[in-house]
Ligand binder design. Structure first.
Ligand code: SF4
Length: 317
């Protein structure tokens, strides 16, 4: 109840904003994220992941900086509540290759972090390490998505994104410098990156690189992303049709796999993370079993430290 009234208040204030939004993944009741804002300096995404969920409304196209973004953001700030995390970004990537030229995400961090806002970066872009200096000075944490260690599979499924090795190196660099960092193993796609041994190895690799939190989820199909996936993996087209459209279930805008299969796909990640003493969560699976959430938040919001007070002075210590 209290959660709902907080969300309603944030939503009301966000109505006046031009670029900051209240995070609300199509109103899905399966989302367990704490209330937070979402912010996207870019529209479109040059990482061009075939399974991307956001392409239904943003299109399957390269990243373009939003016009007048920083000016609009400056005006939005007065409506924001410092207690809630700003997630950059939930449906595009803040570190596409274009960021090396435009530096829009960097400028955004320069605006938010010294003023004590709490920022959670979600990215596949290894360029995030360029901004370690800013991240270390503010209330900031990073989650990096790595779906597989297999370079060829990644290149096929996420053709515009850095290789798995580059992303692992980014995790290592951030963690070794002191930036709190988690990893998203998301999505796990049946037949593509679901080998249990490889998933366990991936968990061990990200743990060795310094990640202490993992969020994972199974691939939920939408008509546009399933058709892209089927074109790239024609040998799996019929199996996916059966698993998603015949045996699966349409829920909240996606075809979901049957629950026992989703549990089986997630099990290697969850059990290995648990064995290593990592925090972990699953994303939008709707499981009641508490075994699938062993972290203070499902999205990594809890990783964001409190270093700077609202307004800019530093917390002691
Ligand atoms: S990085 Fe994220 S937003 Fe960009 S294409 Fe991939 S899934 Fe979509």
């Amino acid at each position: 109840m209290q959660h709902r009234s907080v969300v309603e208040e944030l939503r009301e204030r966000c109505r006046r904003c031009r670029v900051v939004r209240l995070f609300d993944p199509w109103g899905s009741p399966l989302c367990t994220c704490p209330p937070k804002y979402s912010l996207h300096p870019y529209t479109g995404c040059s990482h061009l992941c075939l399974y991307c969920y956001a392409t239904t409304y943003m299109g399957f196209r390269r990243s373009v900086p939003k016009k007048g973004f920083l000016e609009k953001l400056r005006r939005d700030l007065k409506w924001l509540d410092h207690r809630f995390v700003i997630n950059m970004s939930t449906s595009s990537d803040p570190y596409p290759p274009e960021e090396a030229i435009h530096r829009l995400t960097r400028e955004t961090l320069k605006l938010l972090l010294p003023a004590g806002y709490r920022v959670l970066i979600t990215t596949k872009g290894s360029l995030v390490t360029r901004d370690t200096d800013l991240l270390l000075e503010g209330n900031a944490a990073v989650t990096i998505t790595i779906t597989t260690l297999d370079r060829e599979v990644a290149a096929k499924m996420e053709p515009g994104a850095p290789s798995p090795r580059e992303r692992l190196d980014a995790v290592e660099k951030l963690a070794s410098e002191g930036v709190p960092v988690g990893v998203r193993i998301d999505p796990i796609v049946p037949g593509v990156n679901d080998d249990p041994g490889e998933l366990r190895l991936l968990v061990r690799e990200v743990f060795s690189a310094g990640a202490r939190f993992i969020v994972t989820s199974t691939y939920k199909a939408r008509p546009d992303n399933l058709s892209r996936m089927a074109s790239a993996f024609p040998e799996l087209k019929e199996a996916w049709r059966n698993l998603y459209r015949v045996r699966g279930r349409w829920m909240h805008g996606y075809w979901y796999l049957e629950e026992p299969l989703r549990i089986r796909l997630l099990e290697p990640v969850v059990s290995e993370a648990s064995r290593l003493g990592m925090e972990y969560a699953v994303c939008r699976e709707g499981f009641r079993n508490p075994r699938f959430l062993r972290a203070r938040s499902c999205d990594g919001s809890h990783l964001v430290p409190l270093r700077v007070k609202p307004g800019g002075s530093r917390w002691p210590g």
